[in-house]
Design a protein around this ligand. Structure first.
Ligand code: BES
Ligand code: MN
Ligand code: ZN
Length: 505
């Protein structure tokens, strides 16, 4: 989808649907009406006086400016609620809902009027560029559809071709926000497409190909290790989880060096289980299909590096993705097995469905080779995290408060919010093994925490954050700018984190 900026006014903008924001405060609602009603024969005033439209959050009034001289075919007035209570997230949500309405009206072009900044700036502590970025992001992300497998053209959504942000002041900042949003949305679409793709399309080899293609196109290095190289490296965790699968594993290494003069280097690690059946500790049949998305961490890592490279941020980032299916078979790994990982530590397998931490053990160990400034891993790791936080927060764990504070800040800003859970020493006893260095399960309680404690054993002394995205990466219903299915969570969060790093924050 194309996104663009246009120096235009409501009088001159041309689009199938034009979205105009309004507050619900009487005076501000009236001023919206004054501005537009001359093209609309007083319809807004009428709707307001009848009580049909109040300008509440996400409330929409669709109007048709026939014979008015406007080049807009429809005007969608969308409420933001009271000015006093405005937030950036409310703008995103109203914009998302209005964009979807425009889409359902089969608009091919949607133009969004940039709201009056002087009414926002005392309430939203962000520059113009970020408001512009947020508006485009919420619109484009709301319009996402995974419909490539429908053969019936009717079922495919009529595609919106272009989203235009317009404003009479041709501000460099607004344009900059549109540029960044375009790259970010592309990356989030990429991550969602990877997650939503079925496991017969995306498996370790094809996941690696996607990374290679992206790297070629956008100028970052991608190296893909096959089974023999993985064996040579001694990644006994990845190999064990892979042993039940007919498809070979891959270990994907991406490197983007945007600041060669700096010694700082961030390593992102993404769980790349392209299908998680549970293995010998087989999952129940109900809902197992969702586990095609168990590579959402990997998708977020690949897409983030793509975005960071396209934005040419002056930072150094490595992405590591251990990729395999987790399937039962005669050759599958079994409960009771003892595995030797890349750094030499041994794992007692208690449950083959706790496979994510096993492949991450190898990848986190490998991450230490880079002497990283910090390691950040993303994984759809535990059902327990979904029980604790639901769909609205990513679980955050780590060994470095400052790093966690930075991620938290990026989370508040992007609204990909994270919530820290403890990693106190007491939890360690739950993953003690009688026969190996560590056991891969911690019993019934605190499942998200014991998983994090397991990972902690493989990061050495490097600053590290673990993001459990089990609840936030795969949604079982649609939200304002998040469709059902893969959400692409982590991409906007990490891009924001690296943009802050680029600014030296
Ligand atoms: N991929 C799952 C976690 C998951 C569950 C993600 C639900 C998204 C939604 C993971 O591999 C898993 O199976 N974890 C087990 C661990 C347990 C066996 C210790 C879990 O959470 O039940
Ligand atoms: Mn599992
Ligand atoms: Zn899993």
């Amino acid at each position: 989808m194309k996104v663009s900026f246009s120096k235009a006014t409501i009088n001159t903008i041309k689009a199938d649907s034009v979205i105009v924001f309004t507050f619900s405060d009487e005076e501000l609602l009236n001023s919206t009406a004054d501005k537009l009603d001359k093209f609309l024969g007083g319809q807004i005033r009428s709707a307001v006086s009848l009580g049909d439209f109040k300008g509440k959050e996400k409330e929409i009034l669709v109007l048709y400016p026939l014979d008015s001289g406007l080049k807009a075919r429809r005007i969608l007035i969308v409420g933001l609620g009271e000015r006093e209570k405005i937030t950036l997230e409310k703008i995103r949500r109203s914009c998302a809902v209005a964009s979807k309405r425009a889409q359902s009206l089969k608009s091919e072009t949607i133009a969004i009027e940039f709201p009056n900044y002087s009414l926002l700036k005392d309430k939203i502590d962000e520059p113009l560029s970020y408001i512009s970025q947020s508006i485009i992001e919420s619109s484009v992300l709301a319009l996402y559809k995974f419909d490539k497998y429908f053969t019936d053209e009717e079922k495919k959504n009529k595609k919106v071709r272009e989203v235009i942000l317009f404003s009479p002041d041709d501000s460099r900042e607004i344009r900059e926000g549109v540029r960044v949003a375009d790259i970010v949305c592309d990356a989030v679409y990429f991550a969602r497409d990877l997650a939503n793709a079925p496991a017969n399309e995306i498996y370790p080899e094809t996941l690696a190909e996607k990374a290679v293609k992206s790297g070629r196109k956008y100028g970052y290095k991608v190296k893909v290790l096959g089974k023999e190289q993985i064996q040579k490296l001694g990644m006994g965790g990845l190999l064990a989880v892979n042993s039940g699968s007919a498809r070979p594993p891959r270990f994907i290494i991406m490197e983007y060096n945007g600041n060669p003069r700096s010694n700082e280097r961030y390593v992102l690690v993404g769980k790349g289980i392209t299908f998680d059946s549970g293995g010998i500790s087989l999952k129940p049949a109900q809902g197992m299909g969702e586990m095609k998305m168990d590579m959402s961490g990997a998708a977020a890592v690949i897409a983030t590096i793509q975005a960071v490279a396209r934005l040419k941020l002056p930072v150094n980032v490595v992405g590591l993705v251990p990729a395999t299916e987790n399937l039962p078979s005669g050759s599958a790994y079994k409960p009771g097995d003892i595995l030797r990982t890349y750094i030499g530590k041994t794992i007692e397998v208690d449950n083959t469905d706790a496979e994510g931490r096993i492949i991450l053990a190898d990848a986190l160990g490998y991450a230490q080779r880079y002497k990283p400034t910090a390691i950040i891993d993303l994984a759809t790791l535990t059902g327990a995290c979904v029980v604790a936080l639901g769909y609205f927060a990513t679980g955050m764990f780590g060994n470095n408060e400052q790093l966690m504070e930075e991620i938290k800040k990026a989370g508040e800003k992007t609204y990909e919010r994270v919530w820290q859970l403890p990693t106190w020493d007491e939890y360690d006893q739950l993953i003690k093994s009688d026969v190996a260095d560590v056991k891969n399960t911690g019993g019934r309680w605190a499942g998200a925490i014991t998983a994090a404690k397991f990972l902690e054993k493989f990061v050495g002394n490097y600053p590290w954050v673990h993001l459990d995205i089990a609840g936030t990466a795969m949604l079982d219903k649609e939200y304002d700018y998040q469709p059902k299915g893969g959400s692409g969570v982590g991409v906007r969060l990490l891009v924001e984190f690296f943009r802050n790093k680029a600014k030296g924050k």
